[in-house]
Design a protein around this ligand. Structure first.
Ligand code: ZN
Length: 445
């Protein structure tokens, strides 16, 4: 049994605001009843008089970060990563729909627990995910998410145009709506809000007007999330233009059908006009920037500065399987790379700093999910979602090399972005519960 309360000692680092890091070199957290009860210098917290003794966990040269937040990934697609050389639409047809078509029954039961284990192993504590089109793929996903201890927002994929299922075209829409509603009723808010539902129309290419409108209404009725893809690829945008001739632009399709809400997460948003950016900002919808995916599919370069300037809440997404891995440090690295590549042709553009990419994967993601009051930074009163990173695993020459005492907080964040991942993640906590521990000798569950 995990002690309650308990203390964690390490180099505390978070980014409560865009562009600013906060740190305590020999810091500590006291975790009680799933929350960060106290935060401070280790020496101070250790000496404080208490009614009951604290069980201290001291893993040596570690950094303790807020748990990483993945705002966009596809549960059925992990087995198909790094596959195919084509752009979005042919890649979906050739590589992804065949994999999603199989994601039901035993296959879903086998893969879902592995997927959540991988998230925890990577230090991800919150994930917003799409299942396949089948009700059981989402049900099995929620059951595995429930057991994993992770914070998960999940939805059954909705598509009624060009879908990969076996249903008669006439039945697809009504079945999709009935199943999505049933899943939402069962899972939205489960385990005190750790599990939540997202109505998930895939994108305007594969969704009828009726489907999108109904998804928007259902999400509003249940206070659930909405997630979809927007303006990822030029060919996709052309296709949407032909399918929805009366719309002013791609974003207008979602606007008209009630999909832009403060609980909407829009994946990608690479090719947006100024009007579209304003419309998303006015609706207070949120964006999942997925740079590893955008580079893999050659979709385009995200205009981070323009979207931030409009005041949009932006998180990062691995977008597995177009993104090749669940490691959010690698997604942060790709976010830096995308802005560097842009700056080659736009010299006036300010480069993205490691601290800013780290913000997007923690506090930024929390804000985009409307969860800033609960997660995203290391503050007393917030829920204890944490990742504990072994700094010797990211330093060149490891334990033999330079000591991390000599490095600035920004240096450490940069080292983690460029070199951290599952090999360096020692422990992951959600609501103060250990959901992953690297040590074979003392697994947490
Ligand atoms: Zn996606």
């Amino acid at each position: 049994m995990q002690p309650n309360p308990f203390g964690l000692r390490g180099f505390l680092i978070d980014a409560p605001d865009y562009g600013s890091l906060r740190s305590r070199r020999d810091g500590a957290l006291i975790v009680a009843d799933g929350k960060i009860a106290e935060i401070g210098d280790y020496d101070d917290l250790r000496k404080r008089q208490r009614a009951e003794p604290i069980h201290w966990i001291d893993r040596g040269a570690v950094a303790i970060f807020p748990g990483l937040i993945d705002c966009h990934a596809h549960l059925p697609q992990y087995s198909a990563v790094a596959r195919g050389e084509s752009q979005l639409l042919p890649w979906l047809r050739e590589n992804i729909f065949p994999v999603e078509r199989e994601f039901t029954g035993p296959k879903a039961r086998e893969e879902c627990p592995l997927f959540f284990h991988e998230l925890a192993r990577n230090g991800t504590t919150t994930a917003m995910l799409y299942a396949a089109i089948y009700e059981d793929s989402c049900e099995i996903g929620f059951e595995a998410a429930e057991r994993s201890g992770l914070r998960v927002i999940l939805g059954k994929m909705m598509m009624d145009l060009g879908s990969y299922g076996q249903l008669q075209p006439k039945k697809i829409l009504s079945v999709s709506l009935i199943e999505s509603e049933r899943l939402c009723r069962k899972w939205h808010g489960a385990d005190n809000g750790r599990l939540e539902y997202a109505f998930s129309p895939r994108f305007a290419v594969t969704c009828s007007e009726k489907l999108m409108r109904s998804a928007g209404e259902l999400a509003q009725r249940f206070g659930a999330y909405l997630q979809t893809h927007l303006a990822e690829n030029r060919e996709e945008i052309e296709k949407v233009h032909h399918l929805h001739m009366s719309a002013r632009d791609y974003t207008d399709v979602y606007e008209k059908y009630g999909l832009l809400t403060p609980k909407t997460m829009l994946g990608h948003c690479i090719h947006l006009s100024a009007r579209e950016i304003d419309a998303i900002a006015a609706a207070q919808s949120n964006i999942a920037h997925c740079p590893t995916s955008n580079l893999f599919l050659g979709s385009g370069l995200f205009k981070l500065d323009q979207l931030l300037k409009a005041g949009l809440a932006i998180g990062l997404g691995s977008d597995v399987g177009a993104g090749p891995e669940l490691n959010m440090w690698q997604v942060m690295r790709a976010a830096l790379d995308v802005q560097k590549v842009r700056s080659m042709s736009e010299p006036a553009l300010q480069r993205l700093r490691p601290s800013e990419a780290f913000y997007l994967a923690t506090s930024g993601g929390a804000r985009a999910l409307g969860k800033s009051a609960v997660i995203g930074s290391l503050d007393a009163g917030k829920e204890a979602d944490l990742t504990v990173v072994d700094l010797t695993a990211v330093l060149p020459y490891g334990k033999q090399g330079r000591r991390f005492d000599d490095l600035s907080t920004e240096d450490i964040v940069a080292l983690c972005i460029y070199r951290a991942g599952p090999h360096a993640n020692l422990e992951t906590y959600v609501r103060g519960k250990c959901v992953y521990r690297a040590s074979e000798a003392a697994p947490c569950q």
